[in-house]
Design a protein around this ligand. Structure first.
Ligand code: SAM
Length: 268
């Protein structure tokens, strides 16, 4: 038996610990079904998922920001030889440093909800070293990731994640599954990176800037929202209705705007 010391949940680290054994088992069985050689868990906390995964997987690396939780994680790993602990901020962590030749990483975790969007943007750049990501997130965030064009939930997060990953809404989790109990529902999502992207932006940074500017003014028409980037003429060439709002524009159309601008610049 591992001894567990008392720990006050810290709001600044988005600590809502999973306590529902059925949900924990459900998530663990989805994770191990992928039979990954290396699993990276973000925000292991008190080890709800970690302690189950340890006995089932080959290599487990955990990244936890809260130094007060490290002794508990070390105790959990003491009977095993497959746990690596990094006390670090995932937003500053280079996931590529964990990848080994010919081995991809499965990234999992019950993410801290207060920084889930920046974490997802940070992770979106690691599609080439990741086999899949399984995350528990605020339900509303999962809905935004999986949204369809034209819906209220469709936005910057949808486009930038769907550019790199195929999302799959797995199941909803009620607030009572956590301690302390959050105010919102949660959901588990699977993100599978494209091996070959169906749509390729010639300049991903430019695509990010275009999409960010468009959704900073999501109530404006596309033409007005993207003032400075594009004009009516370009939208006519691309057969995009300039009167549409940013949420009515598909990923493919944003990429075509981006690629057109890159090609225009190259011609100058
Ligand atoms: N996995 C545990 C569970 O399910 O019970 C804890 C989940 S809790 C929602 C989020 C965890 O992420 C906490 O342990 C928190 O300390 C950690 N965390 C918060 N911000 C982080 C960051 N920037 N980098 C790494 N871990 C972070």
């Amino acid at each position: 038996m591992t001894e567990q010391r008392f720990h006050y949940a810290k709001k600044q680290f988005g600590q809502n610990f999973l306590i529902d054994e059925t949900i924990i088992e459900q998530i663990v069985s989805i994770i191990i079904a992928a039979k990954s050689e290396q699993i990276v868990e973000i925000g292991p906390g008190l080890g709800a998922l970690t302690k189950r995964l340890l006995s089932l997987v080959k290599e487990l690396t955990v990244i936890e920001i809260d130094r007060d939780l490290i002794p508990q994680l070390e105790r959990l790993g003491s009977g095993f030889n497959n746990l690596k602990i990094h006390q670090a901020d995932i937003l500053k962590f280079d996931l590529a440093t964990l990848s080994k030749p010919n081995q991809t990483i499965q990234v999992v975790g019950n993410l801290p909800y207060n920084i889930s969007t920046p974490v997802l943007f940070h992770l979106s750049q690691y599609g080439s070293v990741v086999s899949e990501m399984i995350f528990m997130l605020q339900k509303e965030v999962v809905e935004r990731i999986c949204a369809h064009v034209g819906s209220k939930a469709y936005g910057r997060l949808t486009i930038m994640l769907q550019y790199h990953y195929q999302p799959q809404y797995l199941f909803t989790v009620p607030p009572q599954a956590f301690k302390p109990v959050p105010k919102v529902d949660s959901a588990v999502v699977r993100l599978t990176p494209y091996k070959i992207k169906p749509i390729v932006a010639q300049d991903e940074k430019l695509l990010t800037r275009i999409v960010t500017q468009a959704f900073n003014a999501r109530r404006k028409t596309l033409k007005n929202a993207l003032k400075g980037f594009i004009d009516e003429k370009l939208l006519t060439v691309l057969e995009i209705d300039s009167q549409l709002r940013p949420e009515a524009i598909t990923l493919q159309q944003y990429v075509s705007i981006c690629n057109h601008l890159v090609n225009e610049k190259n011609l100058l």
